[in-house]
Design a protein around this ligand. Structure first.
Ligand code: NAD
Length: 551
């Protein structure tokens, strides 16, 4: 066995691989499994229900071993978390190519996936779990912060001060919600059925307090709301039970959303089941569990629709809960919109999305220096400045220090090249990896989320993420991935990711310029093709060539 447990990535400048590209992939694989980062590292689960970084420990050990001996002109192939081959390529090619959880259309459902998983043939890669660029809850924090800022702008005069948001799910992604709400000056009540999820968010300062019961939560919330004081409150319980109760009692809720792991019915606690019995029940009787989870989601979504009818701002937060509730026969499941068409699409049209980076040195000071560089590069962007300042003050690093901020076409390449120069000059203590979520402008087809209600009806066209992956391979990314089922579950999405290493070399600078121009460029192209005016304007102003607009 080559790996030791628990897993933690090396820090500093000493290499255990033959070059920084390979070393970076190795450290990021290990960082995904760091107990500070992963939700259930012993099971190789990083986040998002059962999103894994490696299929099993044997595969993990084989990947570690292979990355340590991989040459500068070789590429390791990973099929759903297992290394299946090493091929000779060339130095511009990615060092790792990954395909996770992909199934042929007619077979693309959870039942078949679970059958194949039980045979040891596949794993669920989620988005950044199986592609080794998960950076803990911060990864989703800025997107969540931007979404709540957009809600505030749309409905509450630009601030959430004096409002109460009700949500559930304090897991790897959902844990960002309380901090995103309080960063927008609002009050949040966040339900989770797992006491550890609540305690963890309090420990990491994402969540402020824990309420003893529902009445206590409402009392704390209304007091803070009336004082226009930001406060986030954790509440232990089952959302499918608590939401209908709160609706019936007329709880004064202004905004409702949800981030339980609804995309995977085996990770959603059904009504009437004790949390302590959940895991065994899901393993022993998956079909029965799924049925009950879906029925519970229908009650949960019915209450969300009830709050909407009562005047609250309600949106689906990308976990497929509407689709699951509909499967259980609830007819008004899609009465409220998904967050992308409601708030995010204009950003995607500019190629804007979750740009992120991690310091392989392990030193927080490297991230503080890159924060400063971002502020200098984009002096006119006020919301970016507000975010970087708040993140510097409030974000607790998990694993290797990292940062995220949303940047668009023409911005990401500037930031990436600057970081590479900072590595070259020695200003940063070691190289930096630059990647992104698969939830991005041009990298995903997901009709319940990123591509819901596209202007031209192209929601389910999945050519785009495949083109995106090929573009990143052709542009020089260090590792590139194609996944299925991330975010919203089996059969509902295809998406691609890329990570590129800024190791301070001239070659890395060339690769970064191409990858970080072309990758967000796919977002602009995708939205021009679908008929979005903003994307047309960006293409025109920033020189993105789209053949159908020429001649
Ligand atoms: P996770 O598995 O880490 O956490 C889910 C949490 O929900 C757990 O803490 C669990 O205890 C809780 N939960 C499950 N059933 C519950 C119930 N009935 N009542 C109360 N709590 C319950 O998952 P995650 O990584 O936080 O992701 C959550 C969801 O958000 C997923 O469906 C994911 O695909 C989706 N997601 C959304 C975005 C986005 O941008 N909006 C991004 C990534 C993921």
């Amino acid at each position: 066995m080559s790996g030791s447990r628990p897993v933690r990535a090396a820090r500093g400048t000493e290499l255990s691989a033959l070059g920084w590209q390979q070393e970076a992939a190795l450290r990021m694989l290990q960082n995904n499994l760091d107990p500070e980062v992963a939700e259930h590292p012993d099971q190789l689960v990083v986040y998002g229900g059962t999103g894994k970084a490696a299929r099993d420990w044997r595969s993990y050990d084989a990947m570690v071993r292979t990355l340590r001996t991989l040459k500068q002109d070789e590429t390791m192939l990973v099929q759903s978390g297992r290394p299946v081959g090493v091929l000779q390529t060339h130095e511009w090619a990615p060092r790792v190519l990954l395909a996770n959880s992909n199934l042929v259309g007619d077979w693309a459902n959870w039942e078949e996936f679970r059958r194949l998983e039980a045979l040891g043939l596949t794993m669920y890669g989620q988005m950044t779990a199986g592609s080794w660029i998960y950076i803990g809850t911060q990864g989703i924090l800025q997107g969540t912060y931007e979404t709540f800022a957009a809600v505030a702008a749309k409905k509450f005069g630009g601030t959430l001060a004096g409002t109460i948001t009700l949500t559930a799910g304090l897991g790897g992604m959902g844990g960002a919600q309380p901090l995103a709400v309080t960063m927008n000056d609002g009050v949040a009540i966040c339900i989770d059925c797992d006491p550890r999820a609540i305690d963890r968010r309090i420990e990491h300062r994402y969540l402020d307090v824990k309420a003893g019961n529902l009445a206590h939560a409402l009392q704390l919330a209304t007091e803070a709301r009336d004082a226009r004081r930001p406060l986030s409150i954790g509440l232990l319980g089952n959302a499918a039970e608590l939401l209908p109760r709160m609706l019936a009692e007329g709880a004064p809720i202004d905004i409702v959303t949800d981030q339980t792991s609804a995309h995977d019915p085996l990770a959603y606690l059904p009504l009437g089941v004790d949390f302590d019995d959940m895991a065994a029940y899901a393993t022993e009787k998956p079909a029965d569990f799924t049925l009950r989870a879906r029925e519970s989601m229908a009650r949960h979504v019915e209450a969300m629709v009830g709050f909407m009818d009562a005047g609250a701002e309600v949106f689906d937060y990308g976990n497929s809960i509407r689709g699951e509730a509909q499967l259980a026969g609830y007819e008004r499941a899609f009465a409220f919109p998904g967050f992308v068409p409601a708030y995010i699409r204009p950003l995607f049209s500019e190629g804007k999305g979750p740009f992120r980076w991690a310091a392989l040195s392990g030193e927080a000071s490297d991230i503080h220096k890159t924060d400063k560089a971002i502020l200098e590069l984009f002096p006119e962007n006020e919301s970016l400045h507000r975010w970087i300042k708040l993140a510097g003050e409030r974000v607790h690093f998990q694993g290797l220090p990292a940062r995220i901020c949303w940047l668009g076409y023409g911005e990401r390449d500037k930031a990436g090249e600057r970081f590479n120069d900072m590595v070259a000059s020695g200003e940063l203590a070691a190289p930096v990896v630059i990647g992104r979520d698969h939830l991005d402008a041009g990298s995903v087809a997901s009709p319940y989320r990123e591509t819901e209600s596209m202007l031209d009806g192209s929601d389910a066209i999945a050519d785009w993420p495949l083109l995106n992956a090929m573009v990143n391979v052709a542009s020089g990314a260090s590792w590139v991935s194609i996944h299925h089922g991330g975010g919203v579950g089996m059969g509902r999405s295809l998406h691609a990711g890329q990570v590129t290493v800024a190791d301070g070399t001239k070659l890395a600078g060339e690769k970064i310029r191409r990858v970080l121009t072309n990758d967000p460029g796919m977002g602009v192209i995708r939205h021009v093709d679908a008929g979005y005016d903003i994307a047309e304007r960006v293409a025109e102003e920033r020189g993105v060539r789209v053949p159908m607009r020429e001649g």
